[in-house]
Design a protein around this ligand. Structure first.
Ligand SMILES: [Zn+2]
Length: 500
């Protein structure tokens, strides 16, 4: 944008103290959003046309909105309810799953709306602007289709749009309890027994969302190799390929799942997917905790993503993601809050690194290799010399933390790629989605401009997030959402009804 640009009508401009663009924080920059809610330009504040209406965000740093690539929104209702030792000899993922099934079988469509709105509100308050919702509740508790087979998916989408988030509804294919396992009554709500039914219902939802909801779209999610046999999986993938849809799948979360896959097919889960032609740049394997070096290589060769959910994985006792091997092989790592034991995507980002430190007894494990660092410095220099000069004045001799930039990239660009959102960075044409942090918040106060990103990635309190915007429109202001009280009180009433 230049000062002479006459096409200023309908645009919105935000001017924070610091804007994270081109891999560093810059002052005196304005984010200009077009009327479709995309980034039109990052402009110098003093060069804005006089007629431009600018929202001045004082005392704030602004960053691209984060992308939560793996969510099961309804699981918000079991937060805090599974932190007890049950009757089983040892609590595990599998005993946790019993509690989750108990909740899933009791929720009405309206309950699912209320629980989802609660989860999405928390996301908006923490700087998340897009969510990939891995949605597997399709049917009535006794396993019948609703008159509208997408009723529950629509309730989740309505919840996200009412809160103000973008949503990729990753519609789950679920066929069976598992290899050589009897049907489980509590999975009746999840099951669409044949690929034809799944594809028909997914097509209907795709058509309707395309027509009605610009901030909602569809992806497909064969639940896991445990729940979807290979023949069904192939048909779903062929449909997704023909329609260009993202494909998400739980992969290698638990050793028992890997062992069952070996017993049924003679292959590990990722090897099975590779042989079946399921891996592609549209594919995201969720978890991928228990993968071999060969499996990492085949994910990388296919250009596939992995979505890590370290907060949930540590809560469930799943294991530690080999983030060093995956990033080292060039696999993009997205992040998800999954079970919503906690909703704070920066916590997930820092855990990727912290878990590696605990295992290796060393520090800065996921920092890119030195040559990559130098490559980044060059890109930054080309991106805008004035900003670089301003940064150098305050932090002479200090480079930006490439580790923090890499982890923040997991929470933004990698997630956007995984769920098919054109978001994650302040670049023209991408979504004008952002969050701000208060620079005087005690958790980051005193950070220099160069230290600010590592301070945010490793230390930010969620309470420091002040504004969140989607498509250039503020969803939260001053750390509050306009519907917050109503959303929270309806959710509290739901919890009383469910559990008392
Ligand atoms: Zn999951």
């Amino acid at each position: 944008m230049t000062p002479a640009d006459p096409d200023i009508q309908g645009t919105t401009t935000f001017i924070p103290d610091l804007l994270y663009v081109g891999g560093r924080f810059r002052s005196g920059r304005a984010l200009v959003c077009d009327r479709e809610g995309r980034v039109a330009a990052v402009a110098r504040a003093e060069e804005l046309p006089e007629r431009a209406e600018a929202v001045r965000l004082r005392g704030r740093a602004m960053l691209p909105g984060m992308v939560n690539a793996h969510s099961h929104a309804f699981q918000r209702v079991i937060r805090g309810r599974t932190e007890y030792r049950g009757r089983a000899a040892a609590d595990s993922f599998w005993t946790w799953r019993e509690e989750m099934y108990a909740a899933a079988s009791r929720l009405t469509p309206e309950d699912i709306y209320d629980a989802s709105r609660m989860a999405f509100l928390e996301m908006a308050l923490s700087g998340i602007t897009s969510v990939g919702e891995f949605h597997y509740l399709h049917r009535t508790p006794d396993g019948r289709e609703y008159d509208d087979p997408n009723l529950l998916a629509r309730e989740v989408v309505r919840a996200a749009l009412d809160v103000g988030l973008r949503i990729a509804l990753l519609r789950v294919a679920y066929a069976r309890a598992g290899f050589r396992r009897e049907p489980d009554d509590r999975q009746k709500r999840f099951i669409e027994p044949d690929p034809e039914t799944f594809i028909r219902n997914t097509q209907t939802l795709t058509r309707d969302l395309t027509a009605e909801a610009p901030h909602a779209w569809v992806g497909v999610a064969p639940h896991s190799v445990r729940a979807v046999p290979v023949g069904y999986l192939r048909e779903v993938e062929a449909f997704a390929r023909a329609s260009g849809l993202p494909v998400h799948m739980h992969v290698a979360e638990q050793p028992a799942e890997v062992e069952a896959c070996l017993a049924e097919t003679g292959r590990t889960p990722v090897a099975l997917l590779a042989d079946g032609g399921v891996l592609s740049p549209r594919f995201t394997g969720v978890h991928a905790v228990h993968v071999t070096a060969e499996e990492v290589a085949s994910l990388a060769a296919a250009g596939a993503c992995v979505c890590a959910c370290p907060t949930t994985e540590r809560n469930l006792g799943d294991g530690v993601l080999p983030a060093d091997a995956l990033l080292g092989a060039g696999v993009p790592l997205a992040l998800g809050t999954d079970s919503h034991a906690q909703i704070d995507l920066l916590e997930d980002a820092r855990e990727l690194e912290y878990h590696m430190r605990l295992l290796s007894l060393s520090r800065n494990v996921l920092a890119p290799a030195r040559d990559e660092d130098e490559g980044r410095a060059e890109v930054d220099a080309n991106a805008g010399a004035p900003g670089k000069a301003a940064g150098a004045g305050q932090d002479e001799g200090r480079g930006m933390s490439a580790l923090a930039a890499r982890l923040f990239g997991c929470a933004t660009c990698a997630g956007a790629r995984s769920i098919g959102a054109r978001a994650g960075a302040f670049e023209p044409g991408r979504a004008a989605d952002f969050f701000t942090v208060a620079l005087n918040d005690p958790s980051i106060a005193g950070a220099s401009r160069a230290d600010l990103l590592p301070a945010i990635v490793f230390s930010l309190s969620r309470a420091a997030v002040r504004e969140t915007a989607v498509a250039g429109r503020l969803v939260t202001e001053q750390g509050r959402h306009p519907a917050q009280d109503e959303i929270v009180s309806r959710f509290a009433a739901l919890q009383r009804r469910l559990w008392s």
